[in-house]
Design a protein around this ligand. Structure first.
Ligand code: BES
Ligand code: MN
Ligand code: ZN
Length: 503
């Protein structure tokens, strides 16, 4: 899907040679014009007759309206013009316009007061509304809209939002593609190949470690999860270099379980297919790197993806087995279905070598997080207030919401073991938090945050499919961080010192 940004008045939009025109109508839009004002006349008439109902997302479809070049015009209410209202409006309009006859679409935002701010969210909503997974279903109706012309009052003023929006779409769509693929079309080796392919893009470099190298690193917890599968594990290391070598990177760690059967602690059959999405964290890291390659922000980022299957097998790790993690801490594997934390803990230990500015792991980690927060907000865990705030803000800005959860030390009580430094589970109560407490034991002095995306990475039911979350949040966080790094290096350095002192 190609996007184009243009300065367009409503008069110019009326003459735009497109198959269809989607017009966002904010509350209180100025529809006073008369001469050469086919679009505002249309809106005024629709208002006067009550044909365009009040309410965000309410739409009116018009065929061959007078003096408008596009043969199909959809007016859609966009309320106060806030990001969430714009998203709702565009999704509603696109649901109507998703027809084979519409190849080139005009999307008019210039009636909005703050149309530059609406650009990113409008682009994302366009892409979300028309996304279609075809890799293993060639008969599916692929996206037919190939070009979208965004009309704003001042294209120059909207340029950065436009670039960020396009990069975000690239990232979200790559994340969706990989997360949606069934496990036999997305093995650890295939994920590694996808990462290698991204490594050919500007600023990106990819390394892939296999079982031998991972064993040499001493990643006993990761290896324990992988040992029950015929598919060899992969540890993917990606670098995006957008700033000076001396600039500390942000490290993103994505859980890459390409299928989670639960292992010997096997899961029930119902909905087990959805455990193909258990590499949603990994997919979000791949997606974020694709977006970085496109946007080229001034920041360094490292992506780490421990990837394997979690299978029951004669060689599989058994409940009660004790394994030694890369950190040297021993772990009693009380439940082989709590495998995400086992692969992540070794990747978090590995992350320390980059002397990171921050480390964020992204994982479909616990069913308990789905119970706690549902599908609306991802769980955010961090002992660092500044980092938690930055991620919370990035989520708000990008409409990819998260919610901070507690990390009191009392939650770690249940992880005690008589046979190892810790167990890998701590009972049902507060399961999302105890999982985070487990990970925290491997983050020592790192400025670390954990995003539990078990409820947000995919949708179940008839709309089953990956969401591409939290690529928008991660990209926004990195853009914000890059702003800090380039515009005010002194302030960024001071903030780091302050954070170090607070520890
Ligand atoms: N991948 C699952 C978490 C999950 C479950 C995500 C359902 C989304 C929907 C994870 O590996 C897992 O199995 N976690 C266990 C942990 C438990 C054994 C402590 C869980 O949540 O049940
Ligand atoms: Mn599991
Ligand atoms: Zn899992």
């Amino acid at each position: 899907m190609d996007f184009e940004l243009k300065s367009l008045s409503h008069q110019q939009a009326a003459r735009l040679p497109v198959d269809a025109l989607l017009v966002l109508v904010p509350d209180g839009a100025d529809v006073s014009g008369t001469a050469d004002a086919a679009l505002v006349n249309l809106i005024r008439e629709a208002n006067r007759r009550g044909d365009l109902e009040p309410g965000v997302g309410k739409a009116l479809s018009c065929y061959r309206p007078q003096d408008i070049k596009a043969s199909w015009v959809v007016l859609v209410r966009s309320g106060d013009g806030s990001a969430s209202a714009v998203r709702k409006a565009v999704l509603a309009g696109m649901a109507l316009l998703k027809q084979p006859g519409v190849k080139k679409l005009g999307l008019l935002l210039s009636l909005l007061d703050q149309d530059a701010l609406a650009v990113r969210v409008a682009i994302m909503a366009c892409a979300d509304a028309t996304y279609c997974f075809t890799t293993t279903k060639p008969s599916a109706k692929a996206r037919t809209i190939s070009q979208v012309v965004l009309g704003v009052s001042d294209a120059t003023a909207a340029r950065t939002e436009f670039a960020a929006g396009k990069a975000q779409v690239t990232g979200v769509e790559l994340a969706k593609e990989w997360a949606n693929r069934p496990a036999n079309h997305a093995t650890p080796s295939m994920l590694a190949d996808a990462a290698r392919k991204l490594g050919r893009k500007p600023g990106i470099r990819t390394e892939v470690l296999g079982p031998k190298e991972v064993a040499a690193l001493g990643m006993g917890a990761f290896i324990a999860v992988a040992q029950g599968s015929a598919e060899p594990l992969r540890f993917i290391v990606m670098h995006y270099s957008g700033a000076a070598k001396t600039s500390a990177p942000v490290v993103l760690v994505g859980k890459g379980i390409t299928f989670d059967t639960g292992g010997i602690s096997i899961k029930p059959a119902a909905e087990m297919d959805e455990m193909k999405f258990d590499m949603g964290g990994a997919a979000s890291v791949l997606g974020t790197f694709a977006a970085l390659a496109e946007l080229q922000p001034a920041i360094n980022v490292v992506g780490l993806i421990p990837s394997c299957e979690n299978m029951p097998d004669g060689l599989a790790v058994k409940p009660g087995d004790v394994v030694t993690s890369m950190s040297g801490q021993t772990i009693e594997v009380l439940n082989t279905d709590a495998e995400g934390r086992l692969i992540l803990c070794d990747a978090l230990t590995y992350a320390a070598r980059f002397k990171p500015r921050s480390v964020i792991d992204i994982a479909t980690l616990t069913g308990a997080c789905v119970i706690a927060l549902g599908a609306v907000r991802s769980g955010l865990f961090s002992a660092r207030n500044e980092l938690a705030q930055a991620l919370g803000q990035a989520g708000d800005q990008s409409l990819d919401l998260c919610w901070r959860m507690p990390l009191d030390d009392e939650y770690a009580e249940g992880l005690k073991s008589n046979f190892a430094d810790m167990g890998n589970v701590a009972g049902r109560a507060g399961g999302a938090i105890t999982a985070a407490k487990f990970l925290q034991k491997f983050t020592a002095d790192l400025p670390w945050a954990h995003l539990d995306i078990a409820g947000t990475a995919w949708k179940s039911g008839t709309a089953k499919g990956a969401t591409g979350r939290p690529v928008p949040l991660l990209l926004q966080y990195l853009i914000n961080e890059a702003g800090v790094a380039t515009k005010a290096p002194a302030r960024a350095a001071k903030a780091t010192v302050k954070a170090a002192r607070q520890k």
